[in-house]
Write a protein that binds this ligand. Structure first.
Ligand code: NAI
Ligand code: MG
Length: 352
């Protein structure tokens, strides 16, 4: 069968890693007997500099007919980050009801990690981040002047929004180790977080076979570093999930290895896959970015299309190349280029 995929390389290293992910996905599609029809969109900070918008006004309609979206990264010095984020990423996530941000991490072979002594494969977690509401809201503003100046920022937690993300986490836990931990902070944040906790407890009661637990975000962050093997599925609000997923990526091998999916579970709209990392202006244009995160985002895309075997062959190819250790980008302690690592992974894709 044929799939229509929208490609948005974006800015900085987003462009470099996108090329490599496409290379690997093409190889997997060829071997597994399906066709990926790519359409490329130049939506980026460069476009913003030329036209004043990150994407055209009908951007959402243009993407609506695609099966999935693969996004590089957006954001670049010269354009404020809130412009790139609110001008592209957040509108797409919301328009397509991509209310789950799924961020799986695994300790991969050949990676630098603070978790000395642990072996690859031993550590596996997934952050289920709420992706449509919560702390990332436009409600609020700046008031007053001088010493009396202040800023207000409101969070929005709806029953529907919290129920569906928590339920998604429990369903996911059933397919994994059967453990869910919820990130909270109901001791300090006294309206939204107790509401979140209450709904978590209600849903937990529907899943007596899944071990559930609530943990304050600060303690959970410490646990993620000190006892990550005690964690499997983490469910968290938009802000808490954002922070915990970078931390989870850092403890399991770095930002260059962590993929993510903005998922519309009902598949009524396209889902959007991307690396957790951004456009890395500090190394952009040097050809040294690690393409693994974007390649694994591509594997998640294949999985979401229902091409499970192809997805598995991409992840396996990544592991093979990292374990051999001969081709590695500087963040992994090697001297290889982005393209060399991408090509090595593409060549390692096999039908198992
Ligand atoms: P970043 O993730 O781009 O970079 C953080 C650090 O990690 C940098 O030192 C970078 O060199 C390194 N790094 C990241 N990815 C790497 C890779 N694949 N290989 C090797 N090293 C890698 O985060 P930062 O610097 O906070 O943001 C840069 C820009 O990216 C900003 O404009 C930000 O808004 C945007 N951004 C966009 C995201 C998206 O499109 N979803 C997500 C995060 C940031
Ligand atoms: Mg982030």
């Amino acid at each position: 069968s044929d799939y229509r995929i929208a490609s948005i390389p974006g800015d900085g290293i987003g462009v470099d890693v996108q090329i490599e992910a496409r290379k690997v996905l093409e190889r997997a599609a060829e071997l597994h007997g399906f066709v990926l029809q790519w359409t490329e969109f130049d939506w980026s900070c460069e476009r913003f500099a030329q036209t004043g918008t990150m994407m055209p006004d009908d951007g959402v309609q243009l993407l609506a007919g695609f099966d999935q979206i693969l996004l590089g990264a957006v954001g670049f010095p010269g354009v404020p980050d809130h412009v790139s984020l609110w001008g592209l990423l957040i509108p797409l996530r919301r328009a397509f009801s991509q209310y789950v941000n799924l961020r799986p991490v695994r300790l991969l072979p050949g990676t630098n990690t603070v978790l000395a002594g642990r072996t690859a494969g031993e550590l596996e977690m997934v952050i289920v981040r709420e992706n449509s509401e919560g702390e990332y809201s436009r409600i609020g503003g700046r008031h007053g002047t001088g010493a009396g100046e202040f800023a207000l920022q409101e969070s929005v937690f709806t029953r529907t929004g919290v129920e569906r993300i928590v339920r998604y986490a429990f369903e996911l836990a059933k397919t994994r180790t059967g453990r869910v931990v919820s990130a909270t902070k109901s001791n300090g944040i006294i309206h939204t977080m107790p509401f979140w906790d209450e709904i978590f407890a209600e849903i937990a009661a529907e899943y007596p076979d899944v071990h559930s637990e609530q943990c304050h975000i600060d303690a959970l962050a410490a646990r993620m570093v000190q006892q990550p093997e005690r964690i499997d599925v983490v469910v968290a609000s938009n802000l808490f999930g954002d922070i915990l997923s970078d931390l989870a990526a850092a403890v399991t091998g770095g930002l260059g290895m962590a993929p993510s999916g903005n998922i519309n579970p009902e598949s009524t709209h396209p889902s959007m896959f991307e690396a957790v990392h951004g456009s890395a202006p500090d190394i952009a244009g040097q050809g040294i970015a690690n393409p693994v995160a974007q390649i694994l985002a591509g594997a998640m895309l294949l999985d979401h299309l229902g091409e499970r075997a192809a997805a598995g062959s991409v992840s396996a190819a990544v592991e093979t190349v990292l374990a051999a250790g001969e081709v590695a980008t500087p963040d992994l302690g090697g001297k290889s280029t982005t393209a060399e690592l991408g090509t090595a992974v593409a060549e390692a894709v096999k039908i198992s």
